[in-house]
Design a protein around this ligand. Structure first.
Ligand code: F6P
Length: 364
């Protein structure tokens, strides 16, 4: 195959930086360190059973549970360590926070401290690790509060509680048949494919756009009995297809790796829902605001899609906790807006709709 010239991630970042003549390159160096962590995780994931990295962390000791109350996999712990190791030395960060750590991670002395915060889910979709289905890493870059930058003080949880609209950058790496890095630095969304021979991320999908309309939705239907009426209504209308209110047939997908669902939606449109439901009243949703909903939300919005809690735009939510959960709906703009509208409209509970009627797929 003839060699085709492609822009590398480094070239892309340098070209983006030219928009900011005063920038010193810290931001680009930070993104490249994140990309390096993702490449190292991709290698570990690709080794699978051969790397001895399947299974639960500390399984012999009964398994370790993270702050979310979820069992940590060996690869969760390794991925978290890789993110920390690759990013703690460069001097670009004031601190980090992750799904796998209860509290903010302080940059150890004598490493210099910088002006950005890195928040990440080192390995999203962990339930898929041991079954060789795509997983990914999600990250969000925020600016540290000015007094923390000036003083170099330790960070508090409060320093990270910034609405998604303030993110300086966001992205994810997808460890699938190919490894991809999808990135926004606030100027659209571009995707890079890892060239395994060169070890470089190459720009393969510039200026991605999420189609505004779709006929594909993703939701974990085993939760249907816990859904709130607007979600029931939306899904029910999709299932009713051509003969129902929507007048067209819909397709459904559920991978159980949000990164993989986000990627499919970025490539061909669709809508993803993990809404707030009544399953566990102590939880406002399943997914986490700071390192899942906000970065994916920024990517969707930057690609012309939309991200929402169902009730308000995701990026305007003021966080109240580092590991806060939230209901999340994202994807093709017109569908997400429709779901938001259903949340505003007075509800008629449609007990006789196909989803809840006698001969439904989801009934015992
Ligand atoms: O932790 C997040 C996550 O793994 C997402 O990637 C995925 O969308 C979701 O959980 C899957 O949830 P469930 O197990 O309910 O299908």
């Amino acid at each position: 195959m003839p060699l085709r010239h492609r822009t590398t991630l480094t070239q892309y970042l340098i070209e983006e930086r030219r928009r900011f003549p005063n920038s010193k390159g810290n931001f680009n160096a930070l993104i490249l360190d994140v990309a390096l962590a993702c490449k190292a995780i991709a290698r570990a994931v690709a080794m699978g059973e051969l790397g001895g990295l399947y299974g639960d962390h500390a399984a012999e000791a009964g398994g370790a549970i993270n702050v979310q109350g979820e069992t940590q996999k060996k690869l969760d712990v390794l991925s978290n360590d890789l993110f920390i190791r690759m990013n703690e030395w460069g001097g670009h960060l004031a601190g980090m926070a992750s799904e796998e750590m209860d509290h903010p991670y302080q940059i150890p002395k004598p490493n210099p401290r910088g002006k950005y915060l890195l928040v990440f889910d080192p390995l999203d979709g962990s339930s898929n690790i041991d079954v060789n289905v795509s997983v990914g890493s999600i990250f969000s870059v925020l600016r540290a509060p000015q007094d923390a930058i000036d003083s170099g003080r330790d960070l508090t949880e409060q320093d990270f509680l910034q609405p998604g609209a303030t993110q300086a950058a966001a992205g994810y790496a997808l460890y699938g048949p190919t490894t991809m890095l999808v990135l926004t630095v606030g100027n659209g969304v571009s995707a890079f494919t890892l060239d395994p021979n060169l070890g470089e991320f190459m720009l393969t999908h510039p200026r991605l756009k999420v189609p505004e309309d779709t006929q594909e939705f993703a939701i974990n239907a085993s939760n249907s009995r816990f859904w709130e009426p607007p979600i029931k209504r939306y899904v029910d209308e999709c299932l009713a297809g051509k003969s129902g209110a929507r007048g067209k047939d819909f397709n459904m997908r559920w991978i159980a790796s949000m990164v993989a669902e986000a990627h499919r939606i970025l490539m061909r449109g669709g809508v993803f829902m993990y809404p707030k439901d009544n399953k566990d009243p102590s939880k406002a949703g399943r997914l986490r605001l700071l390192y899942e909903a906000n970065p994916i939300g920024m990517i969707m919005e930057q690609a012309g899609g939309r991200a929402s809690t169902g009730r308000e735009p995701m990026l305007s939510v003021k966080p109240s906790g580092l590991h806060q959960r939230i209901g999340l709906v994202f994807g093709s703009k017109n569908e997400v807006e429709r779901i938001e509208r259903y949340h505003r409209e007075p509800v008629e509970i449609e007990n006789n709709t196909p989803l809840f009627a006698e001969r439904t797929l989801f009934r015992d």
